[in-house]
Design a binder for this molecule. Structure first.
Ligand SMILES: Cc1ncc(COP(=O)(O)O)c(C=O)c1O
Length: 400
């Protein structure tokens, strides 16, 4: 036992030496645009709560009624006795929202990716996965029995070349609709052509696109005018809708197959019904007011403009805006300095992102005020300049 604990201790020491040590921050307020940590208030620019729904007053008020009607927990997996009408209702709702014939909900986005790839990734399958796909996709690939081929980030020629060489009877291409750490958008129109050329199944992880991309925020399919063309859209309610739980939108056949084969659906307790009910309410609120989307776009444009005026070009056109610093220690140091100045932006380091690309991952929300965004731009520029960044990637951004 002592030997085992020593090994773990040494590993932790090595994590610290590399500047990759992680610890939890205790937040003592709801996750709004302002949060309280150790009694101090911070402007929050690192949450995926893209529309402030995680603490929306109408949802908080609805909580008691929801609990009285459905209770809190589901009590069992959906196939035993945990499947309630409210789960079915949410499935229908998300399918309609995503323009798909069928919807299926699972306990989280992470579990959904494990389930998706673990179920579809049989021994005679090859999964083609973008190099920067989220950890839940990577873990789903690991759990599957499929051959895994990783293509360079958004490199369609590389993907095409890998598919050409592959002779598996079943092929899956999986990409994020908006990449979680870079905020960039892959060319889904080209991915669609490629998937048709090779008879592959196209899966899009729309965790960060749902409620964000497209005219009315329905995600990648709406953004690319590709409704009905993506075989499987997965996502999560934990980001733009502010609640919890994962979903798969697909054909009824795929849904039926998952109900019979998908282990994270079969062996995992169903989403708490109170959460399913609140998610429907969150979708009601989101869909009834186009201001959520227009305000988010406004905030992204405002931040980019403010940064441009201060000599800093931002390429992202989504609410995920990475400021690549490179060195992990320096990233942590900038993040700490920002905290001292009342701005909360986590340092994102390997293994979440590739070696040498540690970053500040800024996320904007439609709930941020223009004044808060101005404060962000001013404080960020001041802090970055003080750190005299010299890594070549930062020079790309024009910071001296
Ligand atoms: C691209 C992507 N997929 C899946 C997930 C997992 O979703 P959840 O947090 O609901 O488990 C995340 C969350 O970080 C994500 O960024």
């Amino acid at each position: 036992m002592v030997g085992f604990l020593n090994i773990i201790k040494r590993e932790l020491d090595s994590i610290k030496e590399k500047g990759l040590y992680r610890s939890l921050k205790n937040i003592s307020s709801p996750t709004g645009t302002v949060v309280t940590i150790n009694g101090k208030r911070y402007l929050n620019f690192c949450s995926n709560n893209y529309h402030g729904l995680a603490n929306h007053p109408a949802l908080v008020n609805h909580l008691k009624e929801s609990g009285q009607k459905w209770g809190i927990g589901a009590g069992a997996s959906r196939l035993i006795c945990g499947n309630m009408e409210i789960h079915q209702e949410l499935e229908q709702r998300i399918a309609e929202f995503k323009g798909a014939p069928a919807g299926l909900i699972l306990s989280s986005g992470y579990m959904t990716n494990l389930g998706l790839l673990g179920t579809l990734g049989t021994e005679d399958t090859t999964i083609f996965s973008d190099r920067l796909n989220h950890a839940s996709i990577i873990d789903g690939c690991r759990l599957s029995k499929a051959k895994i081929r990783v293509y360079n980030h958004m490199d369609m020629d590389h993907l095409d070349g890998l598919l050409k060489k592959d002779h598996s009877p079943r092929k899956i291409i999986i990409t994020e609709g908006v990449f979680s750490m870079d905020g960039d958008i892959p060319p889904l129109d080209t991915l669609y052509e490629i998937k048709n050329r090779y008879g592959a199944l196209l899966i899009v992880d729309d965790a960060h696109a749902t409620g964000v991309l497209g005219r009315s925020g329905r995600g990648s399919a709406e953004y690319w005018n590709m409704e009905g063309k993506i075989d499987v859209q997965m996502g999560t309610f934990s980001k733009a809708f502010g609640t919890y739980g994962g979903f798969i939108c697909s054909s009824p056949l795929i849904k039926e197959y998952f109900i019979n084969r998908c282990r994270p659906l079969i062996f995992n307790t169903a989403i708490p019904p109170v959460i399913a009910d609140l998610t429907i309410k969150a979708m009601d609120i989101f869909e009834s007011n186009t201001m959520f989307i227009s305000r988010l776009r406004h905030n992204i444009a405002l931040f980019k403009q403010l940064m441009k005026e201060r000599g800093f070009k931002i390429d992202s056109c989504t609410p995920i805006i990475p400021i690549i610093i490179g060195d992990s220690d320096k990233t942590v140091s900038i993040s700490n300095r920002l905290m001292e100045r009342g701005i909360f932006i986590s340092a994102i380091r390997p293994p979440t992102v590739p070696e040498g690309t540690s970053r500040l991952r800024i996320t904007l929300s439609s709930a941020h005020t223009s004044h808060q965004i101005e404060q962000l731009a001013d404080t960020l520029i001041q802090t970055i300049k003080e750190h005299r960044i010299v890594h070549k990637q930062e020079l790309l951004y024009g910071i001296p």
